[in-house]
Ligand binder design. Structure first.
Ligand SMILES: N[C@@H](CCC(=O)N[C@@H](CS)C(=O)NCC(=O)O)C(=O)O
Length: 208
């Protein structure tokens, strides 16, 4: 059975959400962030040297990076209507959005998070960070347009991956100019599988 090493209030929520969505059975191993540093406990380093979550283990395999984990789960367990085939014309559109989430899109949000350690000294960088966040949320809002979901207008791994960026937008107050993304976030949060992932994984403050 798949094992998921899950850190509270983290990207790992998406992995539980996907497993719940697909009805895959898994073993959950929970870790709590340090209350002061917000870092993962040292026990996670025994699972993988980076000490970050999520981590998936199955048989002899240990996989990190939520994009790779989501792809692994889809490849192993999803019905073929859930993802494009390599030979489909829009396959690379799918791949691009899957990588975009943890590649370009989340970067300015993470930078913003670290900037708070600098207090007022971060001010010279703030306009650039804010304009980058706006650029990525605008791109996502335009990509979604009037559709309900990002790829083929059907719920997919792309939604699972991009949800973290939209949630980061929500908590940073930068989602307000993008009503279609706000509505999409509500659609995600209303899914039974999303709620179940919170039930099993613990409270998830992102996106609230
Ligand atoms: N790009 C990686 C990021 C992994 C990551 O940074 N995870 C965070 C949780 S959201 C973490 O484990 N933080 C605790 C720490 O760094 O100690 C992924 O998508 O899995």
């Amino acid at each position: 059975m798949i094992k998921i090493h899950h850190l509270n209030n983290s990207r790992s929520h998406r992995v539980l959400w996907l497993l719940e969505e697909l009805g895959v059975k898994y073993q959950l191993i929970k870790y709590q962030r340090d209350k002061i540093t917000n870092l993962a406990p040292k026990e996670l380093k025994e699972v993988h040297s980076l000490g970050k979550s999520p981590v998936l283990q199955n048989n002899d395999e240990t996989i990190i990076e939520s994009g790779a984990i989501v792809t692994y789960i889809i490849d192993q367990y999803a019905d073929e209507t859930f993802y494009p085939k390599f030979t489909d014309g829009d396959y690379y559109q799918y791949l691009q959005l899957m990588h975009y989430a943890e590649g370009s899109a989340i970067a300015p949000f993470i930078l913003q998070l670290y900037m708070r350690f600098l207090g007022n000294n971060s001010e010279p960088l703030q306009p650039r960070i804010k304009s980058e966040i706006k650029k990525h949320l605008s791109y996502l809002a335009n990509t979604l347009g009037s559709n309900d979901y990002f790829f083929r207008n059907q719920f997919s791994g792309v939604d699972i991956m991009l949800s973290f960026v939209i949630e980061a937008g929500k908590i940073s107050g930068t989602l307000i100019p993008f009503p279609n993304l706000e509505a999409l976030l509500k659609r995600y949060q209303n899914r039974v599988s999303y709620k179940k992932a919170i039930e099993v994984g613990g409270d998830y403050l992102l996106g609230k």
